[in-house]
Design a protein around this ligand. Structure first.
Ligand code: AMP
Ligand code: ZN
Length: 478
């Protein structure tokens, strides 16, 4: 097997993955801010991180992964106050929901899943270390990180700090590059606001210090991989680097991996556009957990993922195909012997691995598996497939499923585990209309393969299309 190569956001280059401690991969993945249910965009990133950990595991690395719940930040404080709950009570509900969603999507539990509010003392210690080294100052009871003191500030996202006036501050947790300034490590409480009483004064931590403190506590001062969605690179990860490296004088992270965003119908997902989905929204519409996992995992993480109804249909038929194929392989009797398909299976296994070695190119890895399935199906139909071919083909499928985890037909069980009715619901009229329109567009642009695929997907769900001469498409349920 070859080297694993990652595109490192720090430096922007492709680099061979060499962990600091041989045989071990220590990684930190920024977890959800639990002020609401996680949405499907969040899960794009969390599924990518799961693919990453599964791949490293499959290569024999001992993975030590830490992920956090950001259970204190500006939004949580505001929402908890609105709900008249303390922040722990307020966030418990979303943490439970997240853990359940994670199971439904086949996301393996990291070795450590930790809450920010359980690590206030670690954060206080880190801030004290920074103060001892002269990286902080106090203003109105809040403690700020002085970015002019850290010459490497901006090395991850190339933010220009030249024009920033010393002492210019930003108090909110999330802000744009245009607002690059000294950021709050510790925030003094506003009147009536919840706070911790600590050696560094009353208040609560800024968002960024949380991750630095938790990452270093469990993984050491230099960690191998740190990941999140692209929106976290600035300011969150830039600030994590500044705080951690200023405190320790050592490199904080060796490989930074950032997932591009998920878009819905080519638009940013937002509640106001009405295209905002939680996992449960999609399950309630009748989508299976395996469909959603497959779709999220199928697009390489460095590429934007355009989430569409049509993409869901395609993912559902891909999973169906894979499962049917596995059944065919496991239940049919083939003549004794070995054919050239065995060599194709070996090749497919290698191509699958090679694709993942290439910065987790999941699309390419899938292509290798589907090419093999096509070839095997033809061979079986022609009576050329032989019993000795079963093992190498099964091996390819096992490698595939160690990463994609969709072969087991456990969707109903997973749905029931979160109290949802099992069994796919029939698509709504609205969903059908959407697909009919997508097919019309495909035909107009002469993409007949796509048009046929949509017709077939609909037929699989019992929806029959009738094309009339006047160009109007009618549909009916079987
Ligand atoms: P948050 O709860 O906002 O801190 O986000 C949790 C994770 O989801 C982070 O890694 C974000 O970068 C990621 N994320 C947020 N929105 C999207 C999106 N639309 N697509 C992909 N990842 C996202
Ligand atoms: Zn973080």
């Amino acid at each position: 097997m070859g080297d694993i190569v990652f595109q490192n956001t720090l430096g922007g280059k492709n680099q061979v993955f060499v962990p600091l401690h041989p045989g071990q991969a220590r990684m930190y993945t920024c977890g959800p801010t639990v002020y609401d249910f996680a949405h499907i965009g969040n899960f794009r990133t969390f599924v990518f991180q799961d693919v990453l950990r599964r791949f490293l595991r499959s290569r024999g690395f001992e993975v030590i992964q830490v992920t956090n719940f950001t259970d204190v930040d500006d939004r949580i404080i505001a929402k908890a106050a609105e709900a008249k709950l303390d922040i722990r009570e307020y966030t418990d509900k979303y943490i439970d929901a997240f853990l359940a969603d994670q199971r439904v999507l086949g996301i393996r539990k990291p070795e450590y899943t930790v809450r920010a509010t359980d690590h206030i003392e670690d954060m206080v210690q880190l801030i004290e270390r920074l103060t001892a080294k002269g990286f902080t100052y106090v203003s109105d009871g809040s403690i700020y990180f002085r970015i002019s003191q850290f010459p490497d500030y901006g090395k991850l996202t190339h933010v220009d700090t030249a024009g920033i006036k010393a002492g210019a501050r930003v108090d909110v947790d999330r802000y744009d590059k245009a607002d690059a300034r000294d950021f709050a490590l510790w925030k003094a409480p506003k009147p009536g606001e919840f706070f911790w009483k600590t050696r560094i004064g009353p208040g609560r931590p800024g968002w960024h210090i949380e991750c630095s403190a938790m990452a270093m506590k469990y993984l050491g001062e230099t960690i191998d991989i740190h990941s999140g969605g692209v929106d976290l690179a600035f300011p969150h990860h830039e600030n994590e680097i500044a705080q951690s490296e200023a405190a320790t004088g050592k490199p904080f992270v060796r490989y930074w991996l950032h997932a591009e965003h998920l878009l819905v119908d080519s638009q940013k997902m937002s509640k106001s556009l009405g295209n905002f989905y939680t996992l449960r929204d999609l399950l309630e519409k009748g989508n299976k957990p395996s469909t959603i996992r497959f779709l999220l995992a199928s697009v390489p993480y460095r590429r934007q993922l355009n989430f569409t109804q049509e993409g869901l249909q395609q993912a559902a038929s891909s999973v169906e195909r894979l499962r049917n194929f596995t059944i065919r392989l496991n239940t049919s009797k083939f003549p004794e012997g070995t054919s050239t398909v065995s060599e194709s299976a070996e090749r497919a296994s290698k191509d699958f691995e090679r694709a993942l070695e290439d910065d987790l190119n999941t699309a390419q890895a899938l292509a290798a598996v589907f090419d093999l399935i096509r070839e095997v199906n033809v061979a079986v139909d022609h009576g050329e497939f032989q019993q000795g071919d079963v093992a190498p083909v099964r091996k390819t499928l096992e490698s595939f499923d160690a990463i994609f985890a969709v072969l087991q037909d456990d969707d109903d069980e997973k749905l029931r585990s979160i109290g949802m009715e099992a069994g796919a619901k029939a698509p709504s009229n609205e969903q059908i209309e959407e697909l009919v329109t997508a097919r019309q567009v495909a035909r107009k642009t002469r993409d007949f393969a796509k048009a046929d695929r949509i017709r077939q997907d609909l037929a699989n769900q019992g929806i029959i299309l009738e094309d009339s001469k006047d160009g109007i498409v009618r549909w009916k349920r079987k």
